[in-house]
Design a protein around this ligand. Structure first.
Ligand SMILES: Cc1ncc(C[n+]2csc(CCOP(=O)(O)OP(=O)(O)O)c2C)c(N)n1
Length: 356
């Protein structure tokens, strides 16, 4: 796809064979794609067996967007996401086992057991901002981070990801407008998975594409194929370099399909079967990239098998770690409301029970 959306866009050059990535970087990308797919499938299965409490928001089918986008960030850059973007956060550096402890409400989770599902972040570590429920209210914060980088003359950028449904909220428009006026170092990513709950694109906005909304703010708008991780990465890397060198924000729309319902409870019967079949059979970002690396000899079947074994082992380790981690102590419930009581800077207590 990589379609330029306005004369300000500047055409996206073709991805080059591997978007300038080394074999090791390509293999890491494949590892992340497969790890995130496995995590999503296994967590859904545990949820359906009644072994995972709370809610799940599957990002299956969107891994090309998540991993391509976040792979363009440096460690000191910051990432702002919504409920479905855990794969982007894992790419940015969240630890799988701590994410799993979070899902089971344990003390070793990123919020120390104060939330059990998608409200995950790690600002002081991997610089991933904790997911905010009201959409897209982390966008103004991303713009604030970008303003701070610019004023302090730090070479960092912020990346803000949301779904296309969120782009009909005023906060989204205000964020783009402010970032554009002040030429802030921020990349706006819209993960267009074609549905917001049960609402399809044609009932969400009147413009043909989200990317062309960029014209209203005087910034480049680019549309890429979310099933092609290299195409996503190349657009993200170009926008990141532009932002880092004072060129201001870019809007990237990455098109995929949400393979699952809005959350675990939603069977998504409103998605036409032919559309889903087409994406699963012909536009699977994980299978497509795996096949490319095999065909081009970047990875051999034996190495791929080892990768799969390693991913299964990492998930099993994360599961055991999460189950062995205690629940938070009840007496701590009012601690950490203010930073000066030291709750968040000290080690988490270990006195809770471990029975689920
Ligand atoms: C301001 C606001 N309104 C409504 C909701 C409830 N809500 C949660 S997710 C969601 C759908 C979001 O769709 P989209 O942005 O396309 O993301 P997707 O879930 O498809 O990834 C809605 C309406 C919310 N969280 N915030």
């Amino acid at each position: 796809m990589a379609t330029a959306m306005s004369s300000q866009t500047g055409a996206q050059e073709g991805p080059g064979e591997f978007a300038g990535l080394s074999d090791d970087q390509l293999k890491r990308m494949l590892y992340l794609l497969k790890l995130c797919r496995h995590f999503d499938e296994r967590m859904e299965s545990l949820y359906r067996q009644g072994r995972l409490p709370g809610a799940i928001y599957s990002g299956r089918g969107q891994e090309g967007t998540h991993i391509g986008a976040a792979s363009a960030l440096q460690p000191e850059d910051s990432l702002f996401v919504t409920h479905r973007d855990l794969s982007a956060q894992l790419t940015k550096g969240l630890e799988l086992k701590r994410v799993m402890a979070q899902f089971w409400g344990r003390i070793d989770g990123y919020t120390r057991g104060r939330d059990g599902n998608s409200h995950i972040g790690d600002w002081s570590g991997s610089k991933t901002f904790t997911v905010v429920s009201m959409l897209p209210n982390s966008h103004p914060v991303a713009v604030g981070a970008a303003l701070a980088y610019k004023r302090r003359r730090e070479p960092n950028i912020a990346m803000a990801i949301c779904g296309e449904g969120s782009t009909s909220n005023g906060r989204w428009h205000e964020s783009l407008n402010v970032a554009a006026i002040h030429q802030l170092p921020v990349v706006f990513f819209v993960n267009n998975n074609q549905y917001a709950y049960s609402t399809p694109n044609e009932l969400e906005f009147k413009v043909p594409t989200v990317a062309e909304r960029a014209v209203a703010y005087g910034i480049p708008g680019v549309r890429v194929d979310g099933a092609n991780v290299l195409e996503v990465y190349e657009a993200a890397a170009k926008a990141a370099a532009k932002a880092r060198t004072g060129g201001g924000p870019t809007l990237i729309e990455s098109v995929s399909l949400r393979w699952r319902g809005h959350a675990g409870h939603d069977a998504a019967k409103y998605v036409p079967k032919e559309l889903l079949d087409d994406h699963q059979q012909n536009r699977d970002p994980v299978a497509r990239f795996e096949q490319l690396l095999l065909d081009k000899g970047v990875i051999a079947q034996g190495e791929l098998d080892e990768l799969q074994t390693r991913i299964h082992a990492e998930f099993a380790e994360g599961y055991d770690f999460a189950q062995a981690s205690p629940f938070p102590e009840g007496g701590d419930v009012t601690r950490g409301l203010y930073t000066d009581d030291g709750y968040w800077s000290g080690e988490p207590g270990r006195e809770g029970g471990t029975d689920a």
